[in-house]
Design a protein around this ligand. Structure first.
Ligand SMILES: [Zn+2]
Length: 149
């Protein structure tokens, strides 16, 4: 599971207070590591997310229209938790368009991204806005969002 670190600068602190031996000021930098979501929580969200993506896409591959072996693909990879459970970051693909064809999301990611961006410009915009946020994804809100969609 990925962790994102962000840095909070607490400001210049008089070093004399902290380190009696030096007169220099220092910048105290605190590193805050995000607590990873519990495995059971992320599994539950993953399952819901896959169901909702396929439901929205009518259980059809959005590239070729096939209805067999349809998977929910993450456009921006699952390691990015800001968009991992956002429907706009998902797309239903058959196993061929997902993985097996030469021209598939996994074998030709550049082709896939170009196709996705030109097919879904609104989703592209939303996902790129969300993916770089630094706040922690809220498990309860995501669950609510995916459940009552
Ligand atoms: Zn397909």
């Amino acid at each position: 599971m990925s962790q994102t670190a962000h840095y909070t600068i607490l400001g210049p602190i008089d070093a004399e207070i902290i380190f009696v031996s030096t007169k220099k000021s220092i910048l105290f930098v605190r590193m805050e590591i995000k607590t990873p979501m519990k495995k059971s929580e992320s599994n539950k969200l993953d399952k819901l997310w896959r169901e909702k993506v396929k439901e929205r896409d009518e259980h059809k591959c959005r590239v070729c229209g096939s209805t067999s072996y349809v998977n929910a693909h993450h456009v921006v990879g699952r390691r990015n938790h800001q968009v991992r459970w956002i429907l706009d970051n998902g797309i239903a693909l058959c196993s061929g368009c997902h993985t097996f064809k030469t021209r598939s999301a996994h074998q030709d990611p550049q082709w896939f991204i170009n196709w996705w961006e030109s097919t879904y410009p609104e989703r592209t915009k939303k996902v790129s806005e969300l993916k770089n946020r630094l706040d922690k994804p809220d498990y309860d809100k995501l669950l609510e969002y995916l459940t009552f969609l």
